[in-house]
Design a binder for this molecule. Structure first.
Ligand code: FMN
Length: 321
């Protein structure tokens, strides 16, 4: 049975303002993974990194900062910063598929360098001051790569191995590789958390039925598309129209306060609506308006029309890509 639900890090979306507002309106996630920061060899936390991770700004939510690097010394330094801020765990990003990241051998690009990854872990686990969890994919281009990677992971005391059941080349599209995940779950010596494409209560229950020993799942896009998803997984009600309206109003207001401008705030809302629109029926026409608005005023008009005109579903539907 799944006992722990983590909110996945979605860079550009589940940043500090979103996490705070989302948790105040819906909640139900056990932990919030903070989108990655990339330390440099200068070992300086930027103002942006600090704002993102400052525990006071995070409203007391149980959170896990994520680091993306292939340099053990930089990871160890970053882990110290995370520990100094009072966090009990640090996460390593081995999943980011973006070309600019993987070209530097970071994120999912690190999976193509198993020997180097082993040396990295040797150094990290010899000196790290916090439990380390790892968010990985099954490989770069072929899920069969995971056998070799799991041999490496199994040699280290990883607090939790979060597996996004795709390879780098698949980005976030296409079917997840559940047979390969099954093998990974059976063969991992470390605790495992499943990640990928969970959008509804039924999909989560189906995972539990198929993998009775699985006790943790991480959900990202599904919990933006249906903000009540974690609540429903715990037996709570679906989101109402009024609740969603209050949530988006509050979120837009908080983004304006954060940026000091309405333009970037509306842009952030467009990104949230990219997923949230899946909770509404017959959304095509109004979704176009939401995707193409040119001013904050047009954003507000598009949103008001969605709430006024579209039937609300009790779960999200469609591909969240
Ligand atoms: C826009 C976007 C940003 C993401 N940013 C991060 C990130 O900062 N760190 C990370 O480990 N994964 C990141 N991911 C991957 C998600 O955490 C998650 O693994 C992926 O969305 C699959 O899970 P889901 O189907 O539940 O959303 C991102 C994904 C998307 C779509």
């Amino acid at each position: 049975m799944i006992r722990r639900y983590d909110f996945a890090p979605l860079d550009g979306i589940t940043k500090v303002v979103f996490r705070r507002v989302w948790a105040a309106h819906f909640g139900g996630a056990d932990r919030y993974f903070i989108p990655f920061f990339s330390p440099t060899c200068h070992h300086i936390l930027t103002d942006r990194d600090r704002r993102e991770m400052d525990p006071a700004g995070n409203g007391g939510l149980s959170s896990v900062p994520q680091v993306m690097t292939r340099c053990a010394a930089d990871f160890l330094w970053a882990a110290e910063q995370v520990a100094d801020m009072g966090y009990p765990e640090v996460n390593l990003n081995l999943g980011c598929p973006s070309g600019t990241v993987t070209a530097k051998g970071k994120g999912a690009g690190f999976l193509a360098r198993p020997e180097e990854l082993e040396r990295f872990f040797d150094e990290v686990f010899a000196g790290v001051c916090l439990p380390v969890s790892v968010k990985t994919r099954l490989g770069v281009s072929d899920p069969e790569e995971f056998g070799r990677l799991l041999e490496i992971y199994n040699r280290y005391p990883i607090a939790c191995l979060i597996i996004h059941a795709r390879v780098r080349d698949e980005k976030y599209r296409g079917p997840v590789h559940l047979e390969k995940f099954a093998q990974a779950l059976a063969a991992s010596k470390n605790p495992v958390c499943y990640n990928g494409d969970l959008r509804t209560v039924e999909e989560v229950r189906a995972m539990e039925a198929r993998f009775p020993t699985l006790d943790a799942a991480m959900i990202g896009r599904g919990a933006v598309a249906d903000p009540a998803l974690f609540r429903k997984l715990r037996g709570g009600p679906a989101a109402t129209r009024e609740e969603l309206q209050e949530f988006t109003r509050d979120l837009f207001g908080e983004y304006q306060a954060f940026y000091g401008q309405v333009g970037p705030a509306a842009q952030r809302m467009r990104e949230v609506w990219f997923y949230l629109i899946h909770l509404f029926e017959d959304a095509e026409r109004l979704n176009k308006k939401m995707r193409r608005f040119k001013s904050p005023g047009e954003y507000e008009t598009a949103e008001a029309a969605i709430f006024a005109e579209l039937p609300l579903r009790d779960h999200a539907e469609g591909d969240l890509v």
